[in-house]
Structures are given as C-alpha cells and as structure tokens.
Write a new protein. Structure first.
Length: 633
C-alpha cells in the first residue's frame, strides 16, 4: 500500500493506544511512526513528542522505545539511525539511493490483540527502573507476540542529540604521557577482560552498530575464530566491513573482534569531529602533508578509471588535523588519507586508503604504539615483496613461548609448514613475515601474514596468528573459487579487492612468484628469534609504553621521516576508555589492494630502501620489481 494509508495506520494505532492507557495508569503517551520510509542517515534533526514513548512500525514488527528518562543519553532518532544501519542491503539501497519506498502487505495493526499487546508493553517498559547506562529498546513481533529487548548505544552522529565540534588544530594535539604497562611482557595498559564489552550493546538485529550478529567459525581447525560485519555507505557503494577475533577461545575471540570492529567503525570516516578545512595543497604550504609523498596512483590508472580524480596541488580537497610527533605541531592531512571510507565515494577520492596504521588502545599512547608498529610492518613487508628480497629465515623452535611452538606443531598436523623471516629493512624494530606453506604443494598452497613489535616473540606471534587461522581454511576457499582465481592468475588486472590478494596464492601455480623467499633453503642458515633484538641501534622494551613509543619515533625520524597521528576516536568508544588513531609516516610504502592501485612501486623508497639496508647492491629498476600482486591479507 502507498505510504499515505500507512501513516493513517500509525495515527489510528496511536489513538488506540491512548484509548487503552486507562488500563495501565501512569503510562506515558505513545506515538506510532513508520520506519523505513526515509533515509535517517542523511536527515536533519527530527521532532518527537516530548515525554512520549516512540513506537516504530516496520512489517510485522513494532520497535518500542527509548522510554524518556532524565540523564540517559539516546533518543528516538538514534534508534532510527541504528535500525537503518543494520538493515539488509536492498532496503538500505531503496532508502539511501533516492528510491521511493512504499508499504506492502497487510500488517495486523487493526486487530484488537495488537493494540492490547503494545499497550501492555509500553506500560511495562515505562514502569521499569531508570537504566544505569543505555536505554532499552523492545521488539514486538505481532505474528507471534514474542518480545525481545536490546540496549541502544547513542549515535554520536545523531543530529538530534549528538554533538560534533569542528575539527581544529588545537584539538589535534597528541601528548605521550607516562603509560605503565600492566605486565612486563605486554604492550597494553589493561588486559582484554578489563574492558566493558557487552556483546549485545554492539551487535544485535535492531540497534547493533557493528552488525546484527557474530558467528563462530566452527570449521577452523586451528583457532576459535569469531566473525561479524557491518555495512557503511559511500556514494552508490554499500561496503560490508568485516571484523573478528582469532584466539584459542570463542569468548576471547568475540571480545577481540568487538575491539577490532570499533576500530574499523572509527577509522572509516570522521565521526567525532566535523571536517571544516577545504583547500588546495598549494594554499597550505608546510602546514599540510603532501599527498605526493604519501603515494599516488599512476597516470594509467586514472586514464582507465576517469571517475577517480587525480590529485592536483591546485585543486581543493578536504583536510583534517593531525599532530606531527617529530615537530610537535599540528599538520593537515587529506581526509581521504586519514579515513579510509571518507564520505563522497570515488569522485572525491584520489586514493583509496586502507586501515593501514589504524590502531586502538586504552590510551592515545597505546593506540599510537600499535598504529606505528603496523605502519612499519606493512612498509617492510612490501619492500621485501616488491624487491624480491632474500630474507633471513627464523627458526621457530627458538621461540621461548610454548604457545607459539604448539601452534607451529598444530599447523604441521594439518599439512602446513610454518616459516618465518626477519623483515627488518630500515628501522631497528623487529618485523616478522610469516608463511604457511602446504607441504604437498596442493591447492591452498600459501598463506602470508606479518607482525611487528619491540619484542621479537610478539612480532612472530602476530604473524603466526594471521596464518594459523587462514591457512587451514584456504584449501576450501581455493576450491570454491578456483575458476575465478585462475582467471586472476592469467590476468593480474582482475585482482581488484582485498580478499583477492591472499586467495590468489592458494593456487599452486602462484608459488613460483615466491621462490625468491622460500626456495633453495636447507634450514642450515636459520637464525634464532632472539637475534632480531640485536644489531645497530636495537631497541628494547621498557616498563613504560610511552618510552617505547618515543624510542620508535626517534628511530623513524632519525631517518628523515615524520610521524603524524590523527585521532580517529569515535564518541561510542569514549565511554569504554578506548582510543583509535591513524599513524601516518609520509614516504613509507602504503599497502593497497587491487593490482592497478599499487602506489608502492612508484615511490622512491621502493627503489632505494633495500640498497640502503645492504640487502642488494643497487637500486631497483622496473624490471626488478616483483611482477605479481602482493599476498598480504
């Protein structure tokens, strides 16, 4: 039915609830409104009847709440935005791409039991004690009269109750305050269990900011993985953003996954601050990071895809404020570099950034540490890959951690040899490339990962965690997508998205592109893991994380680079004591996904870094560059 009669149904049901209010003395009025009839994510602030309980209708569902409560954040528009964000793609497309939705079917709103059930639910909801933290939302299924309850985490971008100040240089300051570690061998302030991470707050089918559900990967033979996803729009594209945890227990995997989901939620676009600076780079001078230093696409790429604008120093773009740890001053960073899903879609992105350098922690210092480690890890991995560097192999039996040695043995049980390589290139920070290699050479041949940390044990464990989960599943995935993967192997131009890169190396014929690293080794030249903590200028962990960060920053800036930090923390993270940042080191190799989008081989560092590190005699020339897409997941 058209929307006009649907609105009439809502009005009639509001009247029916008012008539039944006498059966439940003291119940506040209820106002019924339709859900799914307008794009709440781009709408202005809505007006709601003060003191009334809102009821949203969609299909055979009634969504009741939030009940007005003094001092409890979260409004009806927060609910409408959360509800829309967790809907299926076809409904979101209809609402968000300018369609004209219309109501269909005949919902049972006019049946007497519908009004009775809703009136009783509103009375029960209004009579509950004031919530301690988040308001509750009730979902009534009028086909079964089943009632479910979900918490509503306020939406920081809500135009009715959210506050988003302008992004400013003053607010960009990053101070590396003393940050004692909670344990000598940890790089975290607090253990995982100290965070107040109630799954239902973030993941549920009505208000779940991180998606409707989380699923355990019961097929994984190596780790107890858990995976969830949420969707976010950029232009006409609705992107599914996956998050997950890969630990030895499903409970801890869910908690790790929630933190990763929050990190990705914060890193995709500026949610806490309003971007206000639009200018050409030529107007900004040394106040801004030069996008030509952070890496640009080739002219051929833009010629083939004219929808993506090439960067031009005289063309205005959006900028956000970051903080230079080297110069102790604010600097402007292109919004599309600081956030990897900035609004506007392809026409506003001269590059498509990834989550590289985005990290979270219990403080800004902790987040900066992990963001910097990731930035150094990806740079080193790509330098070795593009330059086909023959890296020293690490003996995993030299690890002091029983869990590490046990996981290596576990992979061997499933037919994979876990191999590790010292990937220190420029900086005295241990970086380990991890490879799971199928011993019999069959499908699901290779799986890559990497880790970086001042503790070599931590660096190796980081890479091992990645390959432990993925390797035992890659056989099945390779078989399922074999025809598509073989097309990519014949034409690397078909390698277009993140998942294409690692899956391609499930094909046995792709092994030849990794011979430079894996072949002609008898194991006699393997080095102990502890050797990664030695060498000129080697850095060692301290008892305070801020000292570790300052030492790493000094090592990076001593080689002529800056370390720029953008605070990405979303409002939803603040109550958890959780911070997220983007760490950018202009001039290091960024990781890109899609064979035509590789910036790294075009950058000066890709040609010179291996020679400067003593890993080859001369600079790379184009014929030296690895001709195959990188395998990084």
């Amino acid at each position: 039915m058209p929307l006009e009669p649907w609105a009439a149904v809502c009005s009639a049901l509001t009247t029916a609830l008012a008539d039944r209010a006498g059966c439940h003395p003291g119940t506040p009025p209820a106002v019924v409104h339709p859900l799914g009839v307008r794009d709440e994510l781009t709408s202005e602030a809505r007006r709601f009847t003060p003191g009334a309980v809102p009821i949203g209708l969609y299909g055979h569902h009634a969504v009741v709440g939030p009940v007005p409560s003094e001092g409890v954040a979260g409004c009806p528009q927060c609910l409408a935005r959360r509800w829309q964000s967790v809907r299926a793609g076809f409904l979101r497309d209809a609402l968000e791409r300018g369609g004209e939705p219309r109501a269909t079917g005949t919902p049972p709103w006019q049946a007497a039991f519908a009004g009775d059930a809703l009136a009783a639910l509103v009375a029960a909801a209004a009579g509950r004690p004031r919530p301690d933290r988040h308001p509750w939302i009730w979902l009534l299924d009028l086909e079964t009269l089943h009632v479910s309850r979900f918490p509503l985490l306020p939406d920081g971008e809500c135009p009715s109750c959210g506050t988003r100040p302008d992004d400013t240089a003053e607010a960009a300051r990053i101070t590396l305050e003393p940050t004692p570690k909670h344990a000598p061998d940890s790089f975290r302030l607090r253990p995982l269990d100290d965070y107040d991470l109630a799954l239902e707050v973030f993941v549920n089918p009505v208000t779940g900011m991180l998606g409707p559900s989380v699923a355990p990967d019961l097929t994984s033979a190596s780790t107890s993985s858990a995976v969830g996803a949420f969707t976010t729009r950029s232009g006409n594209y609705l992107r599914e953003c996956y998050w997950g945890g890969h630990t030895g227990a499903y409970g801890s995997s869910v908690r790790v996954g929630l933190l990763e989901g929050l990190e990705r939620f914060a890193g995709m676009r500026a949610r806490a601050k309003r971007t206000v600076v639009t200018a050409a780079y030529d107007e900004l001078g040394d106040t801004a990071v030069d996008p030509r230093v952070t890496g640009l696409y080739s002219d051929a790429f833009h010629a083939a895809d004219p929808e993506v604008p090439a960067f031009a120093p005289d063309r205005p773009v959006e900028w956000v404020w970051g903080w230079s740890l080297r110069d102790d001053r604010p600097v402007l960073v292109p919004e599309v570099v600081a956030y990897y899903h900035a609004p506007g879609g392809l026409p506003r992105r001269f590059v498509q950034e990834s989550s590289n350098g985005c990290a979270s922690g219990g403080s800004l210092v902790e987040a900066v540490h992990h963001g910097l480690m990731e930035t150094l890890e990806r740079d080193a991995f790509l330098l070795a890959w593009f330059g086909r560097a023959r890296l020293p192999e690490i003996d995993p039996a030299s690890s002091n951690r029983p869990a590490t040695r046990t996981m290596v043995d576990r992979l061997a049980m499933y037919g994979y040899r876990a191999r590790f390589f010292d990937t220190r290139i420029t900086f005295p920070v241990p970086v380990v490339t991890a490879v799971a290699e199928r011993v019999d050479g069959g499908p699901g041949l290779l799986c890559f990962g990497a880790g970086a940390s001042l503790d070599p044990e931590d660096a190796l464990a980081g890479g091992l965690c990645e390959i432990a989960t993925d390797s035992v599943n890659v056989r099945r995935r390779t078989a399922r997508e074999e025809s598509r993967l073989r097309r990519m192997a014949r034409d690397f131009g078909q390698v277009q998205v993140l998942h294409d890169h690692p899956l391609l190396y499930g094909l046995p014929e792709m092994g030849r592109y990794t011979d430079f690293l894996l072949r002609d080794r008898d194991g006699s030249d393997r080095v102990p893991l502890a050797s990664l903590a030695s060498g000129p200028g080697a850095l060692r962990p301290t008892a305070d994380l801020s000292d570790d960060v300052e030492a790493c920053v000094a090592a990076v800036t001593a080689r002529g680079f800056d370390v720029v930090v953008v605070d990405q923390t979303a409002p939803e993270q603040v109550g958890l004591g959780f911070r997220t940042v983007k760490v950018l080191v202009p001039g290091l190799i960024p990781i890109d996904f899609g064979w035509s989008r590789q910036r790294g081989p075009l950058m000066p560092r890709a040609r010179t870094a291996l020679r400067e590190a003593g890993l080859r005699e001369d600079d790379l020339v184009p014929r030296d560059v690895n001709p195959a897409p990188h395998p990084f997941p």
